[in-house]
Write a protein that binds this ligand. Structure first.
Ligand SMILES: [Zn+2]
Length: 373
């Protein structure tokens, strides 16, 4: 938060994290400065250069500021690990968020991913908003991730907002939404939710002028999951995102803080078109390592948890002689679509141990599915 009076458009967070995470002394912050972080989920860097995409606001911000041609996502390259890297400056090995939630392991059943756990139980290092708050600055988040019940957020409208929360009630009073809108918010479609999140972020900026705002727009991710990247649906959603960024810029102008605000427009990952999916758990079931009852995996001695183009395979029961691990490896060897499998020798890079809430003392195997051969 040292760049004053400049608008930056970045696809990387390097500058800001020099201070936040590398142990560099943070100077006494100027509390009249503001940073707005806008994350466009699933927005690939090359889209900016595509003349077929109408992105006037993003291009204007880019022209007026600084840009990075691309960013390097962390591994695993999914939403929460990358967003947490953005606000911590470190990889999942250190921040501990390997999934879109925390992996909860119980013996003999498939592990599950639990997103709605407190930030303090999920993120293992200080975040940008922790540092800013600790320096007496005000912080805000709208639809940010791995941030549940974070005590260092001054104002928020969550991914799952509290219908009775302060910001929701302010927005109702201001006529921006109704109580009914907020009550039914979580079950509304993602395009609607992005729209309300945009109103919430704009409202917080206009009314409260936080020093740091972290704002996450999700609909492009959902659109590309459903219709694929490069489709008309994805292009339309990108155009809508541009208008939503424009709404936030307008709010900053209305708040009278434009000359003291730095924007960081970031993304967490891109998308790649796939034609087929593989489910390695079918192979584990065929090998007798998973028992299926009524179409569901009732019991599992081993289980593969997918993460986009990669997956991590777990032995889920105590395995002192390594027999289950050997059977799991065999079941996955030569499986169509599995490019390679490897032990988690890079445990430190993936942080996979940190992601396991209950360490059963069992082995873990990485399965990297690099596309169909
Ligand atoms: Zn994402």
């Amino acid at each position: 938060m040292t760049r004053r009076s400049s608008r930056a458009f970045g696809l990387t967070f390097a500058a800001i994290f020099v201070a936040a995470s590398a142990g560099v002394q943070v100077q006494t912050p100027d509390q009249s400065n503001h940073v707005v972080v806008i994350s466009l989920d699933g927005f690939k860097a090359s889209a900016l250069a595509d003349p077929a995409l109408p992105l006037p606001t993003l291009r204007r911000l880019a022209k007026e500021g600084a840009t990075a041609r691309t960013m390097r996502p962390v591994n695993p390259t999914v939403t929460w690990p990358n967003h947490t890297a953005i606000v911590t400056g470190v990889t999942p090995a250190k921040h501990g968020v390997v999934y879109n939630g925390l992996l909860v392991r119980d013996p003999g059943v498939p592990p599950r991913i639990e997103p709605w756990l407190d930030k303090k139980d999920m993120v293992r290092v200080p975040t940008l908003y922790d540092v800013a708050y600790g320096k007496g600055m005000t912080t805000a988040q709208v639809d940010w991730v791995a941030i549940w019940n974070a005590p260092t957020v001054t104002w928020e409208f969550r991914e799952r907002p509290d219908p009775k929360g302060a910001i929701a009630q302010e927005m109702i009073q201001a006529g921006l939404v109704t109580q009914q809108d907020v009550d039914g918010f979580t079950s509304s479609n993602i395009v609607y939710r992005d729209s309300v999140w945009t109103q919430a972020a704009a409202h917080i900026i206009r009314k409260h002028k936080p020093n740091l705002m972290m704002f996450h727009l999700l609909a492009l991710d959902s659109t590309q999951h459903r219709y694929g990247p490069g489709t008309l649906a994805a292009q339309a959603e990108m155009a809508l995102l541009d208008a939503q960024v424009a709404e936030i810029v307008r709010a900053v102008n209305d708040a009278g803080i434009a000359d003291r605000t730095t924007f960081f427009i970031v993304s967490d990952h891109g998308f790649r078109t796939v034609k087929r999916q593989i489910n390695p758990n079918v192979a584990l079931a065929a090998a007798g390592l998973v028992q299926v009852t009524d179409g569901k995996a009732a019991k599992a001695d081993a289980w593969v948890v997918p993460e986009g183009g990669s997956a991590i395979a777990f032995v889920t029961t105590p395995d002192p002689d390594g027999k289950t691990l050997a059977r799991m490896k065999q079941a996955l060897t030569g499986l169509e679509g599995v490019d390679r499998q490897q032990p988690v020798l890079d445990r430190e890079e993936t942080g996979v141990d940190a992601a396991c809430r209950a360490d059963l003392g069992v082995d873990v195997l990485d399965v990297i599915a690099g596309g169909l051969r």
